[in-house]
Design a protein around this ligand. Sequence first.
Ligand code: ZN
Length: 313
Amino acid sequence: MNIPKKVVLCEVGPRDGLQNETSILSVEEIVSLIDSITESGFKVIEVGSFMHPKSVPQMVGTDEVFKRINKKEGVEYRALIANMKGVERAASCGCRKVKLNVSASRAHNLANLNKTPEESVAGFKETVIVAAYEGIDISGSISMPFGSPWEHIIPMDDVKKIARTYIDAGITEISLSDASGMAVPNQVYNICTEMKNEFPDVKWILHFHNTRGLGIANILAGMQAGITWFDTSFAGLGGCPFIPGAAGNVSTEDVLHMLDEMGVETGINLDGVIRTSKMLLEALNHPADSYILKAGKSRDLVPDAPVIMQYDR
Ligand code: ZN
């Protein structure tokens, strides 16, 4: 199987997971959560968002969380923003990486913002300039490039146009986010292969929600296309307020367990992640959407068994 030897998992649970919870965790709880996932070895953590508190009350403490977390050298702590205001808030609380988002669905973007996706992205240019001035790195996300509840199929040319507009605005790290959970593996493989060929200088990140149980299959398809950056969420937390029945991101433990057993390096300690996720679920008081939290690692059945390393054989 042709897959990368190493991948980077970006833990997005503190933002994408917690923003969909009915109970709002305190700043202290979120800080200790982020400190413990830092200890598990994640190199990228999405800490929260700088949105209007009325639209996302769960993320109201993000500024304070950034001030209090133990930032480890070499770890990227990022936040989602909607506009320039987000960069200003990031700058004043020590956040050095922000992420913008646009919907690949024309119908969705026009209905919400009265702009095409390209007009939205072109409007980010000033935000990118201010971020650069503040020394803050910036990335862009394209949501629903694999399918939307409005159009169903998003033409690949539309996704390319949005990517090109991001690049013109000065953003070269782009994530493809299947918020609607409509992606399937051969489509993921084809789109990733084509986007990589067309935009070889872009750093691509994949973000899959597990709405129809295909998150982990889609990650594997992305790996086969040579993608090495993936978002996951502890305990599979998350959802999407405007997508009916949307599930969370594919669970961090499930993806990490698969990668560990396949001998793909991540630098992340699965036992640490399992401990954190279990503590988190106790605080949230509901069951997990994560196979490993329910069944345990296959390794626990035969602790001394060797890892099946495709690279070492
Ligand atoms: Zn998401």
